[in-house]
Design a protein around this ligand. Structure first.
Ligand code: NAP
Length: 360
């Protein structure tokens, strides 16, 4: 363990983490960011560095990124990023629309760079264990690093849920996906029938999006009513390429090693009937799980497992000096811009707490 005690350690590298890092760096807190590890397990779970936005295509609702010429966007990225980071996103613009909004991975690279420009230090590793019962707090990484911190900002986000079927696991990345916008345009799904599971706004959004590529989209929902907002439901119900399979669940994903997914078997939730749909892909849109396992119960969580903010309009948690930002504490708004907003709040909260305690 190094003797150095960090003023603030930020765990997570989505919009909340980088915004917290920008604010903390500009407040001379010299933040240390654990951006996550690049491991097959994180790849599988969807918890790689740069968070969920790194799994999306265009981000049309993050203010200040209206449509622009792709060439101009690429020029900006080339001038803002060092060559090795630009290389991570260069391939995104080789095909696609001439005018577009920013892509998720590009936005995240820019946020990361902005934080680094102000001096944020970055470790590409996961925090796997913490001790918040002592102060300075102690944190351990997957790679065996141990650090001490006067304050911590947890911004580890959330990840997509799966049904938990063995057959689903078998066909992950071979027809099973939890991110239509990341994978929908892949050749294996083009002009093929696809299925989306879920009845919330995400399911509506993903089904509508997939109609751009698929020959037909089934939505499988376990009840006879959607949870989604009326306007999104309406868009789906009016789309001739979408058929809803009400009161059904996916019992089995069908396929083989050569082709990947070839179908799904559905079971009715109201009687004993079963049916098979021939589809080339299954997209899950059944909610998210916050990334809090590494906390091992040291912070108070909500019923749904999200970190509990303990004071209104503050990012304080149940442990003084530990703050939470973004989707790990928010199952309600879950937007890039709100995550960034709470990241800013967490950095300001940490700075003010450290000052009030005479720790600066
Ligand atoms: P959600 O609203 O929690 O919906 C999850 C859906 O999955 C529900 O319909 C649920 O069924 C179903 N489900 C859950 N577990 C299941 C299982 N094991 N098997 C089968 N079905 C299962 O999640 P979300 O759609 O991801 O939305 C989360 C939040 O983000 C919401 O606040 C939403 O409004 C927001 N959002 C907004 C937009 C937008 O406005 N553009 C887009 C996406 C998300 P039941 O209904 O039966 O519980």
């Amino acid at each position: 363990m190094s003797d150095q005690v960090e003023k603030v350690v930020i765990i997570g590298s989505g919009p909340a983490g980088w915004t917290a890092a920008i604010y903390a760096a500009r407040a001379n807190l010299d933040p240390l960011v654990f951006e996550g590890a690049v491991t097959p397990e994180n790849q599988q779970k969807g918890t790689l560095p740069l968070g969920q936005l790194a799994l999306t295509t265009e981000v049309e609702n993050y203010p200040s990124w209206p449509f622009a010429d792709t060439e101009a966007l690429v020029g900006l990225l080339r001038s803002a990023l060092p060559p090795e980071r630009f290389a991570n996103v260069e391939h995104l613009s080789t095909s696609g629309p001439e005018r577009r909004s920013i892509f998720g991975p590009e936005l995240m690279e820019l946020m990361r760079q902005q934080a680094m420009n102000f001096g944020a230090r970055v470790i590409t590793d996961d925090v796997v264990r913490v001790d918040f019962r002592v102060h300075p707090f102690r944190l351990w990484s997957l790679g065996g690093k141990e650090v001490q911190a006067l304050s911590v900002i947890v911004a580890t986000g959330a990840r997509a849920n799966y049904l938990g079927l063995e057959s689903e696991e078998r066909f992950k990345n071979r027809g099973v996906s939890a991110c239509a916008v990341c994978d929908g345009a892949l050749p294996r799904f083009r002009n093929q029938p696809l299925v989306v599971v879920g009845g919330g706004d995400s399911a509506m959004e993903e089904a509508s999006y997939l109609t751009k590529f698929a020959s037909k989209v089934y939505i499988v929902h376990r009840r006879d009513k959607f949870r989604a907002s009326k306007i999104m439901q309406q868009r789906v119900l009016e789309n001739p390429k979408i058929e809803v399979k009400w009161n059904r669940v996916v019992e089995e994903v069908l396929g083989n090693d050569e082709q990947g997914v070839t179908g799904v078997r559905l079971r009715s939730t109201v009687d004993d009937t079963r049916e098979e749909l021939q589809v080339a892909g299954m997209f899950l849109a059944i909610g998210h799980t916050p990334n809090t396992a590494f906390l091992e119960g040291q912070l108070e969580l909500t019923d749904k497992g999200y970190i509990r903010w303990t004071q209104p309009f503050r990012t304080c948690t149940s442990v003084e000096g530990v703050f939470a930002a973004g989707d790990v504490a928010d199952d309600y708004y879950r937007q890039a811009v709100t995550a960034a907003g709470t990241g800013c709040m967490a950095a300001l909260d940490a700075e003010r707490w450290l000052a009030a305690k005479g720790l600066l």
